[in-house]
Design a protein around this ligand. Structure first.
Ligand code: ADP
Length: 595
């Protein structure tokens, strides 16, 4: 029942995407199946009938009609199969993928930390290219096969009804044996999966660029080759065991078919013809062909039902994925954020990750006035990034409240609220697009856009690199699609990401460890530039290199999810507490390097 529901769910998406194409798919499938029946049952019996009755004109007309029919249908079927069906596949694929991607962006960030949800997302993405059209083909086939079977059953009931149960039992028995064989194949597949995974791992190491340098520098590939050999041998051993059993089943099926179908059904028809003279020779041909067709249709119908169930499992997965309702949503009465009043306040904020045993953030109160430059510092794991995710409303607080321009952020329109921020995360991405597009994160269309990009390049300290690129801001980054794509060092990529902050007119900038790949001098310059260029923007930055925190209006030091110290650099140094200690240790390291 669940399979039917899930298949219907997918069919409704497909129908909405292209109702005309769905109708045509069913019609073409029906046309092919009816043509097949005409050729396999009626052509030979018409010829026999003509021989028996001497009415050769009748068979000539029949064959001419068939030729005319083929002249029309063959090109139609060929055009449909080679062109139209592929286009239909693209239309369906596009609609399903749009739905999946729209939902993926809508889902809460916490979904990505839920392995069950992530599995669903991964599975929804896998096989997406063909599954939609497969579902449509499967249903079209089931429908037209059902009609084919009805025609065969009518022919058999009218001439030799006793053979009907024999055919049905034979087909059911073959289906049963084949199901056993499929199960065996599935088990064999499952047993050899760990070995395949090992082989895939070795293949990946040879294939991916990430491993290319190290593979060339040592002999690590030799033990990996041993892993591949062992895995291959084990996989072959597993499949040998299962192939043996599968071939026994295959022999059993063939025996069953020859004894059951050929002996019982064909024997009965021939007996009726010879002994009882029950029907003419043309009748024998018609009944034997109809029986043969019915037997193979019932068998294929079973296979298609199996496919229907299989599609249902896949569709079920997509249905569940698409029906997930995010918890972080727009309030119906949500207001627009006040961009001119971009002060942020956290009042007694606590946060506990789902499934975690204790709170990651505990009772945090921070005031970030509009236009201020705030640094969040602390050791790894202190809770700095979590705090940023709460401010961006990627997660909702477990306790307390966050306000933006004095309104609780839960009462602001989510998309507009997030557009008040530009962010550079630690794991920012550089895209296979031009330098300008990478900075604006959209196409560069006007002279104003160009000026904005150039100014951002200047502020982020990227002018020298941009000047060296052929094409300047139009130069393509990465070699993903372009052999001449520009190569950028880690520091240059980071500067490109920081340039996004300068190019965006959002009132708040958030930089999560934006300087980790920069050397200390570049880091200092970047922060100085940022201070100048950000003007009246509110800036929150995270760094565990404290040299950059010196310039902040206020520093918050986090430890184990609590604010343990706060103040300006001077105040905290005078206090001589944890911040001062951390600052001194880091400064000493630089001095040692210097010496
Ligand atoms: P920081 O940015 O200061 O290095 P984080 O905010 O990233 O610290 O992490 C704070 C704590 O929360 C760490 O103990 C980390 O393991 C935990 N944590 C971070 N993200 C998750 C998550 N998605 N699920 C569960 N725990 C998490």
């Amino acid at each position: 029942m669940r399979s039917v529901k899930s298949n219907l769910f997918m069919l409704s998406i497909i129908w909405q995407a292209c109702p005309g194409r769905v109708a045509l798919n069913i019609a073409m499938c029906l046309l092919q199946r009816i043509t097949q029946l005409i050729y396999s049952i009626f052509l030979l019996s018409e010829i026999m009938l003509a021989i028996e009755s001497g009415d050769y004109m009748r068979v000539v007309i029949f064959i001419l009609a068939l030729v005319a029919f083929s002249l029309v249908t063959s090109p139609l079927i060929a055009w449909y199969e080679s062109k139209y069906r592929n286009e239909t596949n693209v239309v369906i694929h596009k609609r399903i993928i749009e739905k999946i991607y729209a939902q993926a962006v809508r889902c809460d960030l916490s979904c990505y930390e839920d392995p069950k949800f992530y599995d669903k997302y991964t599975m929804a993405n896998e096989e997406i290219l063909e599954r939609g059209i497969n579902i449509l083909d499967n249903v079209s086939n089931l429908f037209s096969m059902f009609l084919q079977m009805c025609i065969c059953i009518v022919i058999i009931i009218r001439s030799e009804p006793v053979i009907l149960p024999i055919i049905l039992v034979c087909a059911a028995a073959s289906m049963f044996i084949d199901t056993k064989r499929s199960k065996l194949a599935f088990e064999g597949n499952k047993k050899s999966a760990p070995y395949r995974r090992r082989m895939d791992y070795v293949k990946r190491t040879v294939f991916l660029q990430d491993y290319a340098k190290e593979l060339r520098m040592g002999n690590i590939f030799l033990p990996l080759l041993d892993v591949f050999d062992d895995a291959l041998r084990s996989a072959i051993k597993v499949s040998r065991g299962y192939y043996g059993k599968a071939s026994v089943l295959r022999v059993a099926r063939e025996l069953f078919m020859s004894v059951g179908f050929h002996l019982a059904v064909q024997g009965m028809i021939i007996y009726q013809f010879i002994v009882n003279n029950a029907y003419p020779l043309s009748g024998v041909v018609t009944i034997i062909n109809a029986a043969q067709q019915l037997q193979s249709r019932v068998y294929n119908f079973g296979n298609h039902v199996g496919e229907f169930i299989d599609n249902g499992l896949y569709a079920d997965n997509i249905r569940e994925f698409l029906s997930y309702e995010p918890r972080i949503v727009n309030d119906d009465n949500a207001a627009a954020p006040d961009r001119d009043n971009a002060g942020i306040s956290l009042k007694n904020v606590s946060y506990k990750y789902e499934g975690a045993s204790e709170e990651t953030l505990k009772n945090i109160s921070i005031d970030i006035p509009k236009g201020s430059k705030i640094a969040l510092v602390g050791h790894n794991g202190a809770g700095k990034s979590t705090l940023i995710k709460l401010i961006l409303r990627l997660y909702d607080v477990s306790d307390g409240e966050i306000t933006f321009g004095r309104t609780n952020i839960k009462r602001l329109r989510l998309e507009e609220y997030r557009r008040c921020f530009t962010t550079v995360f630690q794991d920012f991405r550089i895209y296979a697009a031009s330098l300008g597009e990478n900075i604006l994160l959209r196409p560069v269309v006007s002279s104003e856009d160009k000026a904005r990009v150039l100014s951002a390049i200047e502020s982020s300290g990227l002018s020298e690199k941009a000047g060296s690129l052929e094409g300047g801001i139009n130069a393509q980054l990465t070699k993903e699609f372009d052999d001449d794509g520009a190569f950028m060092s880690g520091g240059e990529m980071q500067k490109t990401a920081v340039a996004r902050v300068f190019a965006d007119d959002a009132p708040v900038a958030i930089l999560d460890e934006p300087s980790s790949a920069l050397d200390p001098i570049s880091e200092y310059e970047m922060f100085e530039n940022m201070n100048n260029a950000c003007g009246d923007k509110t800036v929150i930055f995270i760094s565990h290199r404290l040299s950059s925190a010196v310039m902040a209006d206020k520093i918050y030091m986090l430890e184990n999810g609590r604010v343990v110290e706060e103040g300006t650099h001077r105040e905290l140094m005078d206090k001589n507490g944890k911040y001062a200690e951390m600052f001194r240790i880091q400064a000493e390291k630089y001095m040692e390097v210097d010496e």
